[in-house]
Design a protein around this ligand. Sequence first.
Ligand code: 3HC
Length: 306
Amino acid sequence: KRAKRPAGAPDKSLAKKVTKIGVIGAGYMASQFALLFVRRLRVPVVITDLDQAHVDKGVAYIHDEIGKLQEKDRISPDEANRLRALVTGTTDKADFADCDWVIEAVFEELTVKQDVFAEVEQYLSDEAVLATNTSSLSVEQIGAKLKHPERLVGFHFFTPVAVMPLIEVVKTPHTDDATLSTAMVTAAALKKNAVITADTPGFVVNRVLAKVLGEAMHAVDDGTPFETVDKAFAPLGLPMAPSALLDLVGLKVGAHVLDTHHAAFPDRFYRSENLHRLAEYSTLLEKDSKGKVKGLDKGAAKILAG
Ligand code: 3HC
């Protein structure tokens, strides 16, 4: 009988047990998936960031979201308390010593990611698996300073993490079968569909996204207002208009994703200076209570007009 597993996936029996998770970075993306780990795997999750204020913000976000799940009757009050108790924050990476799965979502800068993993590795057992949520950097290069690059895998979530069904599991030339299998089994435990992709810029999904958002920005840069571009994209049936998607992803992250693709394939991907301007001046845009931009389509015109 043929095994039902995605192309290239090694046998599940090779997967290592995940009993404690370390999350490096306490920003929006990291907090979203830390919550998913605690909810689906029900194991302790420890979160770290550069300073206590960032750590506290990440833990508070998770606690709030657990509260919302309780309000929606998705979990009982007891369950909410149990989940909250599983989440801790620290600024000391030595607290990761007994983690067997460590995932990072820190700033998208190669050297930052390399250094943070090299620092954490010194506290970990040789069995621990490392995962990166990078959106478009090379996973192999992120592991360049590791003693054991075979334990590193890409594990790329999409926002909003709670509802987007896919995880891209990125295999480098060094990733061993036990690491890949652990990633696939972990993705299944999170109730996500996982696909194994090659370690190429943008993997699969962000290549498509960079094309779509890049072309939308190109049209804006050519003088068509954002509002019109959004309307013109409607027949494509995307769940969100380009401006809303850019806002969801984050203007800075969006600009970074376009830059990475343009650097890798200059003839195929567009780099928008205006997107950088929007990211830089985004404080001038009107925000909602969650800090998300309200109406990038209208606000952008003001910023781009100078
Ligand atoms: N943050 C967190 N949760 C959100 C959210 C947000 N911004 N927006 C919606 N949700 C949650 C809602 O709370 C709701 O959860 P619930 O079922 O637990 O109550 C659920 O999503 C559905 O929300 P809605 O009923 O409002 O559903 P919609 O039909 O409006 O769909 C959507 C919302 C799922 C966000 C949909 O618009 C969509 O699929 N948009 C496209 C998102 C996308 O393409 N994401 C990928 C971005 S690329 C990326 O992340 C990679 C990175 O590397 C750049």
